[in-house]
Design a protein around this ligand. Structure first.
Ligand code: UDP
Length: 425
């Protein structure tokens, strides 16, 4: 049934620093960009009119990008129209709020629901609430309280971030945690107050599917008989790529000369991701792995499912992940996952059933896990099939978007419900 325009509810998804319209794998674009875009498009199919707001970070970028009927990205000018690292964006947020308000006035739209993403957007949402009635839902994507436990140099913005994250948890109408582990961290490290619902991230189970390994390898020009371990993601120290490389060097399967390592992901020379890529390449060379390691760079949307299907195992060695989309993309492709035993990865990867979990930063444990899975093809295939089944049952975008849509409606109804007075006796 086609829904009349006037019946559709407006929602704004705000993602100040993660542009949902950019090519993923470029300029630090990763899970948050994917999440906002996918949630947006899925909600539009469910009858919402969805506007995704972000900061315009290139002079040549279009101000409005239409993704699908009733789903578009709107880029607001707030600060210089160039890439700014996320730790340096805070001072431009008041302008972002002003531009958001002006946009609403110009278009004659009022958003009764906003879903903010990452702490910068949480601040924007809390400011907007001062000017207009709305309900705010928020997804953290990363928690300062967790992140700062693990980094050596705490940035100057840390206090502001921690305050914003706490206030948001206590005042937003609802926080969307993407895993029980993330929810637990919010409660133990941020605040016991505030409402939290757990709704996982999802993935497109039609795009990521179990295709034939032989066909996938043919398409990519990869050897048929070689074992392939695959990493995809941003080049960031916290992704633990070093652990993977050191693990590969210790595997028996490598000593037998039957292993290839593919490390995919975009990077820019001289920027933080380019510096990390060079560091990793340095370790690869130092350990004598350059012959068996390839760096294909950013992998296009069309080829990414083919890479997952071509791999024998996908490795997610992050120091921490609130969710970790890569794990479910690999699983949807029928590829077992070896991941760090942390955060959302404990929720998505079932150790011994859909892959293996290892202590983070423990290259010996990762090496053993790689040998176990690559050393038993039958078990590898069984893990891959169970992985696919788990994603179909729990992490498809359609299911996730339906849970989010129900939540928005519920929160809106609670907020707008008239207060019922108790009848006096
Ligand atoms: N990704 C990609 N191409 C790349 C690098 C990353 O498409 O070259 C995608 C990857 O498929 C996944 C997302 O970026 O959808 C990374 O999300 P994840 O939650 O694993 O990590 P985050 O970037 O949020 O830390």
């Amino acid at each position: 049934m086609k829904m009349a325009t006037e019946d559709r509810k407006h929602i704004a998804l705000i993602s100040v620093h993660g542009d949902p319209a950019v090519e993923i794998g470029k300029e630090e674009a990763g899970g948050q960009n994917v999440y906002v875009r996918q949630v947006g498009e899925a909600l539009a199919k469910r009858g919402w009119t969805v506007d995704l707001f972000t900061r315009k970070s290139h002079r040549d970028d279009r101000e409005i990008v239409e993704h699908a009927p009733n789903c578009r990205t709107i880029r607001l000018v707030a600060g210089p129209e160039e890439f700014i690292p996320r730790n340096d964006i805070f001072d431009d947020l008041p302008t972002f709020v002003e531009e958001f308000v002006k946009f609403q006035e110009r278009e004659g739209i009022h958003y009764p629901v906003i879903h903010t993403n990452y702490w910068l957007s949480a601040w924007v949402g809390m400011e907007l609430k001062k000017y207009q009635p709305l309900v705010q839902l928020h997804t953290y994507h990363s928690l300062g309280a967790v992140k700062y436990q693990a980094v050596e140099a705490i940035p100057a913005i840390a206090t502001t971030r921690l305050n914003v994250e706490k206030t948001c948890l206590e005042t937003a109408e609802c926080i969307v945690a993407t895993s029980p582990q993330e929810c637990e961290h919010m409660r133990s490290l941020v605040s016991e107050r505030g409402t939290i619902e757990i709704i996982p991230c999802g993935t497109d189970i039609r795009r990521f599917r179990a295709m034939s390994k032989a066909e996938a390898r043919n398409q990519l020009g990869l050897e048929q008989d070689r074992n392939i371990a695959f990493y995809i993601g941003r080049f960031d120290r916290r992704k633990g790529i070093e652990t993977l490389v050191r693990a590969i060097a210790q595997t028996q399967i490598r000593a037998q000369g039957n292993l290839q390592l593919i490390i995919g992901g975009g990077s820019r020379p001289g920027h933080s991701d380019g510096i990390e890529r060079d560091r990793i390449e340095g370790i690869v060379n130092e350990l004598g792995l350059s012959e068996i390691t390839t760096f294909p760079g950013r992998i296009s949307d069309e080829l990414l499912p083919v890479y997952y299907a071509a791999a024998d195992v996908s490795v997610v060695p992050s120091h921490y992940e609130p969710f970790g989309l890569v794990a479910i993309e690999a699983m949807a492709s029928g590829t077992p996952v070896i991941a760090s035993d942390v955060g959302g990865l404990q929720f998505t990867v079932k150790s011994e059933e859909t892959g293996l979990l290892c202590p983070p930063k423990d290259d010996g444990a990762f090496a053993e896990a790689i040998d176990r899975i690559l050393g038993d093809r039958e078990w590898r295939d069984r893990l891959g099939q169970a992985a696919r089944a788990r994603v179909e049952a729990k992490f498809s975008w359609d299911g996730v978007a339906s849970q989010l849509s129900d939540l928005y409606n519920r929160v809106l109804a609670e907020k707008t419900a008239p207060v019922t007075l108790k009848a006096s006796a």
